[in-house]
Ligand binder design. Structure first.
Ligand code: ZN
Length: 298
């Protein structure tokens, strides 16, 4: 059943892509009110075979990532997060075909596998990091078992962050400990938000960290209030879709990108599926909203 579904989806995307429907829908998006497409990546590289604990929905291969970046560079206007913050804070219209590229959690493979591609193509991106994990041997709970099998660091070091920050990758807070806000008391939430902002701003002189990504995409009214009162202009969640002028800017939508989402029936990366998915065309067929508990994004 799953195979049939995937084949139908692939076939639809191939037809849409080569008939010009994907292109037309992307252009049409600009007339439906200026939109902002936000891509969400976690890890770039191949999951190590032995690491059964690794969550495959977090991975994109370096090869697919390079193809995706080459594609979006041609078709979209890739904004820096500072530009997105500016447009949102001032209620300005986004430029045509606006896109923001984001990474969550702060994995070291972002430096080794994604950063060289971004630098080569001169693409600006933003990374949301959980500051307690930077430069430490600590592993996220979902990576605990994986950590025991490897010697290398899973997360970015402060040196790597500083280098990337000087070369087109902006850093923003993603809490300190990456615990879900649904489980935290109010003073803990405040500490997670303001503490991670402070740590980043201390490390990167001149940085004004005024956007945030909720750990696991879990938004609470209290967290939103803290963000608003502390001068944050926007925050990113993990709801599917493209942002339009009516989207809540304290719960911006993102398109989660991972290898399995764009596999053709032959098991290879399908650019047609990727290109069609990120226009939001397929969202029309997702009549029922994705249930919260189905979300696998961290
Ligand atoms: Zn996360």
């Amino acid at each position: 059943m799953r195979m049939i579904k995937r084949t139908v989806k692939w076939l639809f995307c191939v037809i849409a892509y080569y008939s010009g429907l994907t292109w037309a829908f992307r252009v049409l998006n600009n007339f439906l009110g200026r939109r902002l497409t936000v891509l969400l990546y976690h890890r770039v590289g191949e999951p190590e075979f032995k690491d059964k604990s690794l969550i495959k929905e977090m991975f994109i291969s370096q090869k697919s990532f390079a193809q995706q970046m080459a594609y979006v560079k041609k078709r979209y206007r890739i904004l820096s997060i500072e530009e997105v913050e500016y447009y949102l804070a001032n209620g300005k219209r986004f430029p045509l075909n606006s896109m923001l590229i984001t990474f969550d959690d702060g994995y070291a493979d972002n430096y080794y596998n994604a950063y060289p591609i971004l630098k080569k193509l001169q693409i600006r991106a933003s990374a949301f990091v959980a500051t307690d994990f930077v430069g430490t041997q600590r592993a996220f709970w979902w990576d605990e078992a994986a950590k025991q099998e490897r010697q290398t660091m899973l997360t970015l070091s402060w040196m790597e962050i500083a280098e990337m920050a000087a070369n087109g990758v902006a850093f923003r807070p993603h809490s300190k400990s990456h615990r879900s806000f649904l489980l935290l008391a109010e003073d803990e939430m405040r500490d997670e938000i303001l503490g991670s902002k402070e740590v980043l701003e201390e490390l990167l002189p001149g940085l004004k960290a005024i956007s945030f990504a909720y750990p696991g995409g879990d938004v609470t009214p209290f967290a939103r209030n803290i963000l608003k009162n502390a001068g944050f202009v926007c925050a990113f969640g993990t709801r599917e879709g493209i942002n339009s002028p009516g989207t809540d800017r304290y719960n911006l939508r993102r398109k989660g990108i991972w290898d399995g989402a764009f596999l053709s029936p032959f098991g290879t990366f399908s650019l047609a599926m990727f290109a069609t998915e990120i226009t939001g065309l397929l969202d029309i067929f997702r009549l029922a909203p994705v249930r919260r508990e189905d979300s696998h994004w961290l």
